[in-house]
Design a protein around this ligand. Structure first.
Ligand code: HEM
Length: 458
């Protein structure tokens, strides 16, 4: 850490000229869209990325971002490359559908993520953290070094598994779902860079056979996990029960079995990879910032004392929430939110042809020099200073397609931060080697290795 902690800048790629960025990306393995972003994209409001056959515009302008993401006429549907990458896993689910199909699904899915749904889910979140602490106590006692990325993926997958199926990840089929998901995550990028640069709009996206096989395995396992809820009817008090009970208000019809598998696939994927990504960055940064760790502990002492962390406490832990928000600002798990121009259109002063890719860019918007003071510094207190320009902060997206799990993720992350920071000291091994890349979510290029120690009596 720097002598003056406030000068600490968490890791980011060094922005370069467009040509150097392209050369850098072609030379690197695995390729990351993040390194393709030229330095203008951190200072301009709209940046054309000139080297793509279909045309790509990277958008930071808060007004344009809002216009594009809230467009009621669906001029900017979901991007074909992203849809093609996810389709073998999540079919035509809420994350990838558009128009009337999406509206129907959104209305049917939303109740599972209501306040009541989250209050119910809190019990499962707490039990998953209890189990994880038991595991981590052993790791700490033995002084073992472990992968922070893998640990966070496992814990968030366990939480989502318990809240969807009332079942811990340790159990047979659920475990296999997690293993196949990890394989999918490793192999698939949300946007394939070759297709992005060379491909035609709406071209066929072909995943490698082993990725398709992993998707098939996951879908078969989800099908097996679904069976009891379908047989017993909707009484389990978990997300599957809510989805089985959900009805289309116009037709009175529920989801078909295939649709249920699609939706559950998306909850599993969107619901754990994203939170795991931001928690990995948050714990890494805290390992570099003992001053923030102390403030978090002081807040927990004041709000919770020595007892159990309850849902009501998590809602009152404001500094923890600001640490979470700031980690989401610097490392938005969905690095870019891609859309396509359905017709020829103007984006600011640039013409976008039909089929051009419009990249709403949380990564660069959140680090934009005109939108944020000291954009590269980790400064959770900025959220109490009223300096957020509407449309410049969108880790959960904006408009009608805003993340349906945002409140769920905020509570889950608050609980994880409170419980784990209270109990352990985190020490990163080789912190200077940590570099972010954009895969399915924003991740470290290589796993971050950690060691933890139990704090005193807790
Ligand atoms: C920190 C954690 C999370 C982040 C940063 C995040 C981010 C996002 C973003 C940016 C979108 C909008 C994508 C777009 O407009 O193209 C989105 C949509 C979505 N998210 Fe999340 N998400 C998180 C956690 C979750 C959780 C926990 C769940 C479910 C359990 C979830 C389920 C979904 C679903 C179903 C959608 C699609 C919504 C729609 O299109 O109507 N997410 N998320």
């Amino acid at each position: 850490m720097t002598a003056d902690a406030s000068l600490y800048r968490p890791p980011a790629p060094t922005p370069m000229s467009p040509t150097l960025s392209l050369l850098r990306v072609l030379a690197m393995q695995p390729r990351s869209l993040l390194s393709l972003v030229p330095k203008e994209a951190y200072t301009e409001m709209v940046t054309p990325l000139g080297y793509s056959r279909r045309g790509i515009l990277l958008v930071n302008d808060p007004e344009l971002t809002r216009t594009i993401l809230t467009n009621p006429l669906e001029h900017f549907p979901k991007n074909d490359l992203m849809v093609g990458a996810l389709e073998p896993l999540v079919g035509e689910s809420i994350f990838v559908s558009d128009g009337a199909a999406w509206r129907r699904q959104r209305a049917m899915v939303e109740p599972a993520f209501s306040h009541m749904g989250i209050a119910r889910a809190f019990r499962w979140m707490r039990e998953a953290v209890d189990d994880y602490e038991r595991h981590l106590d052993g790791v700490a006692g033995r002084g073992e070094v472990f992968s922070l990325d893998a640990a966070m993926s496992h814990l968030t997958a366990d939480i989502i598994c318990r809240t969807i199926f009332s079942q811990s990840l340790q159990l047979g089929t659920a475990r296999e779902v997690f293993t196949s998901f990890a394989e999918f995550e490793r192999s698939v990028a949300s946007v394939d860079l070759y297709q992005l640069i060379l491909g035609k709009p709406w071209g066929k996206v072909r995943q490698p056979d082993h990725v398709l096989a992993a998707c098939e395995r996951i879908r078969a396992h989800i099908d097996a996990l679904l069976a009891p809820a379908l047989e017993e009817g909707a009484s389990g008090g978990d997300i599957v029960s809510d989805l089985v009970a959900a009805r289309d208000t116009a037709t009175g019809e529920g989801f078909t079995r295939k649709e249920l598998i699609d939706q559950i696939g998306v909850f599993f994927l969107a619901g754990h990879e994203t939170t795991a990504s931001v928690m990995t960055w948050a714990f890494f940064i805290l390992s570099q910032r003992p001053d923030y760790v102390e403030r978090i502990r002081a807040e927990i002492d004041a709000v919770v004392g020595n007892g159990e962390v309850e849902l009501g406490h998590v809602k009152k832990l404001e500094f923890i929430r600001d640490v979470f928000r700031e980690a989401l600002r610097l490392y938005p798990p969905i690095t870019f939110i891609p859309r396509v121009a359905a017709e020829d259109t103007m984006i600011g002063r640039y013409r976008a042809k039909k089929g051009a890719m419009i990249m709403i860019a949380p990564w660069t918007t959140h680090r934009h020099h005109a939108l944020w003071p000291n954009p590269d510094r980790f400064d959770p207190d900025r959220f109490t200073r009223d300096e957020i320009i509407p449309g410049s902060y969108m880790p959960f997206g904006l408009g009608p397609r805003i993340c349906v799990g945002a409140a769920f993720a905020t509570i889950e992350s608050g609980l994880m931060l409170a419980r784990l920071v209270r109990r352990y000291d985190f020490e990163a091994i080789a912190p200077d080697e940590v570099k972010p890349v954009a895969r399915l979510t924003t991740r470290p290029a290589r796993e971050i290795m950690m060691r933890v120690r139990r704090r005193g009596w807790r």
